[in-house]
Design a protein around this ligand. Structure first.
Ligand code: BES
Ligand code: MN
Ligand code: ZN
Length: 519
């Protein structure tokens, strides 16, 4: 069989490098291309704002007075330094309602400002955001959120833009210094920044892989990427099952979906094993369909290009494993990523096929486009075989979840109320939103087949819930939860942020969840 052509070597430039630190610099005197200060929608600036405003002879308050900028969330204004201060420009970023300020609002404002700084081609920026914020917000949490926000907002996915297309000339790297003169506060901020840099880097690593198209990322090349990550990451190992082993193990679901493509399926298993692991072993399972054409039950052509993002759950697991290995929580974690390409062809699985999955349960295929659950059921069973106590799967599983929740919340299903609460807590802490949906007996009924144990589609309605109920059948022996990220995983970030493509949803949520479980 001819080898598919892989275009990795065509990438023309490196992704922007981003680093956040804390410096004992004065926000007014500090030299930078951009200095960032936050403003609430009541228009009242804090101490840092007033100092900058005074040095600029009222240049900041004038903008507010004119009403050109009101401090509302997701807005910015630029004022030029004109040699009156150390920085060439001040970017005012809106923090919204003072009473409603959350750590996530700070993360978003930092992202907005960082995106602006990259658009202004800044190589160095000073952030004085935290100085004017209510004291009830802990400096560690602020440092982390600001660093995460900077990584998020400064990121650009432009590695395939040719050299002649570089008219904007964005900087190769941007360094952000959080200005703090108080040593104790600087230390606390720094602790948070360390975590934020790790989270932000892992999330952007995931975004880049999510964004890459299916002629570049296929199951073998994704597996190679996972191996490279493990090779350079202490504490992380990676083993990959190739087609022969997948077949020999009896992973009929993964085989069925993978067999229609010229690129063969893989089961990627990452393991993070700390020296002193305690408590329960966690399995993170992520769907990595590198392209979902629908297979024989082919999708309409409109919008099909978005189905390169159907690997986002698996790549979120990859990114989370990178962050977990760097943050070193004392708990053992497996990252299990079943990967296949869902294509129509002479070798494809068909509607009507009856597939025997790794667990031994049989599944009647009624629609080859319901492929995610077919690869996940084998991977979840593998997590059970590896003796995971807690299993969280994450997948761009159903259009129905997008209909229900839109683009800014993932659906969360589980049989365990405890796990629902734990994941909700992680969600609130990290700013990646979830919404609890059902997956109980009434939905499972719709997944039962007359000629096999299960079928792979339910009725017309409640598609996100029936899909989850199907997966839950393979996780009866463990505490399990499912995140359907179809809406948040496919959203085009350029609608809200600086870079086109993925927002890397799931990296922060899974990492935060694991860190909390280890406590
Ligand atoms: N990857 C898709 C889910 C999807 C659809 C994500 C739209 C984002 C946007 C999944 O494999 C799929 O095709 N699901 C089907 C299931 C159906 C055949 C039961 C769907 O949702 O239509
Ligand atoms: Mn599909
Ligand atoms: Zn899919």
């Amino acid at each position: 069989m001819p080898m598919p052509y892989d275009g990795v070597h065509l990438m023309s430039r490196e992704i922007i490098k981003i680093k956040v630190g804390v410096g004992r610099v004065d926000a007014v005197a500090g030299a930078a291309e951009v200095t960032v200060v936050g403003v609430f929608s009541d228009g009242k600036g804090g101490a840092v704002f007033r100092k900058l405003d005074k040095a600029l002879n009222g240049g900041l308050s004038q903008v507010l007075g004119l009403g050109d900028f009101k401090g509302e969330a997701n807005t910015t204004a630029v004022v030029y330094g004109n040699k009156a201060i150390g920085a060439r420009r001040v970017v005012m970023v809106g923090l919204g309602d003072r009473a409603k300020l959350t750590v996530d609002a700070v993360r978003q404002a930092a992202g907005r400002a960082a995106s602006m700084a990259v658009d202004l081609k800044a190589k160095k920026a000073i952030f004085a955001l935290h100085g004017d914020l209510p004291k009830k917000l802990r400096p560690e949490a602020l440092g982390q959120a600001i660093a995460e926000g900077v990584h998020f907002g400064a990121y650009r996915w432009d590695e395939f833009l040719g050299k002649g297309n570089d008219k904007d000339g964005r900087p190769a790297a941007i360094g952000v210094v959080i200005a703090e003169t108080d040593a104790a506060v600087a230390k606390a901020l720094g602790e948070g920044v360390k975590v934020g840099n790790i989270m932000g880097e892992a999330q952007n690593f995931a975004r880049t892989i999510m964004n890459r198209p299916a002629n570049v990322v296929n199951p073998p090349s994704l597996a190679a990427e996972a191996k490279r990550l493990a090779a350079r990451t202490p504490g992380l190992t990676c083993s990959v099952m190739e087609e022969k082993q997948i077949r020999a193990k009896g992973m009929g679901g993964l085989m069925a979906v993978g067999q229609g493509s010229a690129t063969q399926p893989r089961l990627i298993v990452l393991k993070y094993s700390p020296a002193r692991a305690r408590g329960r072993t966690i399995g993170l399972v992520g769907k990595a369909i590198t392209f979902d054409s629908g297979g024989i039950s082919i999708k309409p052509s409109e919008g099909m290009q978005e189905m390169k993002f159907d690997k986002s759950g698996g790549v979120a697991v990859l990114g989370a494993m990178k962050a977990i290995a760097a943050l070193k929580p004392p708990v053992q974690v497996y990252g299990i990523i079943p990967s296949a390409e869902n294509m129509p062809g002479g070798m494809s699985y068909r509607p009507g096929d009856i597939v025997t999955t790794y667990s031994g349960k049989t599944v009647e295929i009624q629609n080859t486009d319901a492929e995610g659950r077919m690869i996940l059921c084998d991977a979840i069973h593998h997590a059970v075989m590896l003796k995971c106590d807690v299993v969280v799967d994450v997948a761009t599983l159903t259009g129905a979840s997008v209909v229900a929740l839109g683009e800014w919340r993932a659906a969360l299903m589980s049989h365990s109320d405890r796990l629902i609460e734990r994941i909700k807590a992680a969600s609130e802490a990290c700013g990646e939103n979830v919404w609890h949906m059902p997956c109980g007996e009434e939905y499972l009924e719709l997944m039962k087949s007359k000629i096999a144990d299960l079928k792979n589609i339910g009725g017309k309605w409640g598609g996100a819930c029936t899909a989850a109920a199907f997966l839950g059948e393979f996780a009866r022996d463990v505490e399990w939860a499912h995140l359907d990220i179809a809406g948040v995983g496919m959203v085009d970030g350029s609608k809200k942020f600086g870079s086109p493509g993925s927002i890397g949803y799931g990296v922060r949520l899974l990492t935060t969840f694991v860190r909390n479980e280890a406590e």
